[in-house]
Design a protein around this ligand. Structure first.
Ligand code: NAP
Ligand code: ZN
Length: 354
């Protein structure tokens, strides 16, 4: 049997999703593995979907957490990229087949055999555990080098929220100065998308259902416009004005209004993952030869590129740092949209094994 190490964290035992302290084991540091002490972990809306089994593939007990930063404490004998004391990050995936076309193209996120950081299934059938926990062990190929002097508390969400927005904006060509791009859902993902778009030099309009976000979007994030997506008059007035939209909404919502905002040939790119399918209004799509696409996080090479870009342009999420024992309240607040804009757990200082 493979060697294991003792670990401690907070996890859910069933789909009620209530998190409690749990002891568990991880694999011991293998030849190509890096072990690190978790310092901070962001609370992604996917964690909320997962602990409550919104998508129907949860394994319990589940230790969530895939926006991870920490400091290396042990490296395997064949590790080349990292040494003890290095600051590192791990996002949504911790392994992939490394042989398929997607892996060869540095798109491990689209490998059919990719292994997720938590709730993933290892080749031996064991389930992976995330970083609402004291330590992580991951293959060095799936570990991100943290830029020097880049804040780890505020920066932690970037390894999921950052790459999930950066990658589609690049891939779908919505990163060109002069374009006018919409961001639907000003939450953890959406507010980072606005920051990337401003750094790319595009014009940005935010679409959300909460009027209180308008001043933040415009005055703080520098968005050029704000539209209440549940107000038909505002949506109608802006019809046909956007080159693209990144849809970061976490709940079931209408695509009709978003498609109608696009210019002919505009692109609607969906990254939000509501728990039920969305309806596709086919006339709105076809009339202007519009395109729809999706995107799922990003590969490891692009994640490193994203974090280096973020450090260079000082792109950091707006976070509320919380203690580990606040996490259930944080989940309730996230469910009702009461967070500006990402909770980050101070795991390093507040996770206590009692
Ligand atoms: P979040 O922080 O909860 O943000 C979602 C935002 O959408 C909230 O600010 C919410 O506003 C807003 N919203 C709700 N209904 C809306 C509507 N009808 N129109 C416009 N805005 C609306 O969640 P997140 O962490 O950013 O995650 C967003 C989604 O992306 C989740 O489904 C998550 O699972 C998914 N995700 C996907 C990937 C991927 O690789 N594709 C990666 C990570 C996450 P209020 O706050 O006012 O309710
Ligand atoms: Zn996430």
């Amino acid at each position: 049997m493979a060697k294991t190490v003792n670990a401690f964290g907070w996890g859910a035992k069933d789909r009620k999703g209530f998190l409690t302290p749990l002891e568990f084991t991880r694999r011991a540091t293998g030849d190509r593995d890096v072990q690190f002490k978790v310092l901070y972990c962001g609370v992604c809306h996917s964690d909320l979907h997962m602990i409550k089994d919104h998508w129907g593939f949860a394994h319990y007990p589940m230790i969530p957490g895939h926006e991870i930063v920490g400091v290396v404490t042990e490296v395997g004998s064949k590790v080349q990229k990292f040494k003890n004391g290095d600051n590192v990050g791990v996002g949504v995936i911790v392994d992939a087949c490394r042989k398929c076309d997607q892996c060869v193209d540095n798109l491990e996120n689209y490998c059919p055999e990719r292994i997720d950081t938590y709730n993933g299934v290892e080749p031996d059938g064991s389930i992976t555990y995330g970083s609402y926990s004291d330590i992580m062990v991951a293959d060095e190929e799936f570990v991100i080098r943290w830029p020097d002097n880049f804040p780890m508390d505020k920066g932690a969400p970037l390894v999921c929220a950052g790459i999930t927005t950066y990658s589609p904006l690049r891939y779908y060509g919505l990163d060109k100065p002069g374009l006018h791009v919409g961001v639907a859902g000003l939450g953890g993902l959406g507010h980072v998308a606005v920051k990337f778009l401003k750094a790319f030099g595009t014009k940005v309009t935010v679409l959300d259902i909460s009027p209180d976000k308008k001043s933040y979007a415009i005055d703080t994030l520098g968005a050029d416009g704000f539209i209440l997506s549940n107000k038909p008059a505002e949506m109608g007035a802006a019809a046909g004005t956007l080159d693209g939209i990144l849809d970061c909404v976490s709940v079931v919502h209408s695509l009709q209004g978003l498609l109608d905002l696009l210019k002919p040939h505009g692109k609607l790119v969906v990254v939000g993952l509501p728990e039920k399918p969305l309806e596709l209004p086919i006339f709105s799509l076809t009339m202007g030869r519009k395109m729809m696409g999706g995107s799922m996080i990003g590969g490891l090479k692009e994640t490193q590129e994203m974090i280096d870009f973020a450090a260079k342009h000082n792109i950091l999420p707006e976070v509320e740092v919380i203690s580990m024992d606040y996490v259930n309240t944080a989940m309730e607040r996230l469910a009702r949209g009461d967070v500006k804009f990402r909770f980050v757990i101070d795991v390093g200082k507040t996770l206590k094994d009692e």
